[in-house]
Design a binder for this molecule. Structure first.
Ligand SMILES: NC(=O)c1ccc[n+]([C@@H]2O[C@H](COP(=O)([O-])OP(=O)(O)OC[C@H]3O[C@@H](n4cnc5c(N)ncnc54)[C@H](OP(=O)(O)O)[C@@H]3O)[C@@H](O)[C@H]2O)c1
Length: 235
């Protein structure tokens, strides 16, 4: 089967910014494959979106489990015949530690989710996007991952992982130049979520805006860039 709607796969779509991204994509008449580690939570997001009159389905995907990435992509292709958009939203932080004294196991978990998880999801969708000659890959980075702005020491493993994720954006964009697949990083700003905390100034809807803009870029849109509020951000 080949869906007439564009299809977007969103990781960590069960809560926070990922949930808002899923909603903003769905309201643009894109079928959202809402993925989450817990399939019931993925299904709950999909049910919410369908209840609002939009197209969505829920699929289990843990970015640290390669087989779930492969299965989610295969399920989407079997059902829709296409994956137009990947939003690598899933992310975790190491919170309060200092870079001169890190918990290596925690840093490795952050790396596994934020860098290798996102990278493997991209790897899994590229073949179908290449065949279609169309793709949008959005990596949820952070201003905390900007080397230019990296003047503080908080959340060191998170910062390092987001700088590395930006490098993944650059190398993938370089490889895929001219294929119709655009790869970009987004900083959502400081957003009120479990990760961002209650004092963050932004809503999840505001945080979702730039990622959704990058996920729906026209064919002559940028690739290999880093954006905040739809404007280039220093690496
Ligand atoms: N909030 C901010 O201020 C802010 C600022 C800059 C960048 N960001 C980035 O924006 C993205 C979303 O952040 P958020 O604030 O919405 O965070 P959040 O509310 O803590 O949500 C994190 C999401 O990631 C999912 N996740 C964690 N580990 C996963 C795994 N192994 N496989 C699949 N999903 C996994 C979580 O699923 P579970 O429910 O199963 O844990 C949850 O859906 C992250 O990449 C974050 O780094 C956020």
């Amino acid at each position: 089967m080949h869906s007439s709607r564009r299809v977007a796969l969103v990781t960590g779509a069960n809560r926070g910014i990922g949930y808002a991204i899923a909603g903003q994509l769905a309201e643009r008449d894109i079928h959202v494959v809402a993925t989450a580690r817990d399939v019931e939570q993925a299904n709950r997001t999909a049910t919410d979106l369908v209840g609002r009159g939009w197209a969505a389905s829920g699929v289990r995907l843990d970015v640290t489990e390669s087989d779930t990435i492969a299965a989610a992509v295969q399920h989407t292709l079997d059902r829709h015949g296409r994956i137009d958009i990947l939003v690598n939203n899933a992310g975790i932080s190491d919170g309060d530690q200092q870079p001169s004294h890190i918990d290596v196991d925690l840093a490795a978990r952050v790396w596994q989710v934020n860098v290798l998880g996102a990278w493997q999801c991209a790897e899994a969708v590229v073949p179908a996007m290449r065949t279609a000659g169309y793709g949008r890959i959005v990596n949820l980075s952070s201003t905390l991952g900007s080397l230019h702005h990296m003047t503080r020491s908080t959340e060191p493993a998170y910062r390092v992982s987001k700088a590395a994720l930006n490098a993944v954006t650059r190398v993938l964009a370089a490889e895929l130049a001219g294929t119709g697949i655009l790869v970009n990083s987004a900083s959502p700003g400081w957003v009120r979520t479990d990760l961002g905390g209650p004092n963050a100034p932004r809503t999840v809807e505001q945080g979702a805006d730039t990622p959704v803009w990058l996920a729906t870029l026209p064919d002559d849109g940028p690739t290999g860039g880093f954006f905040y509020d739809r404007e280039p951000l220093e690496w």
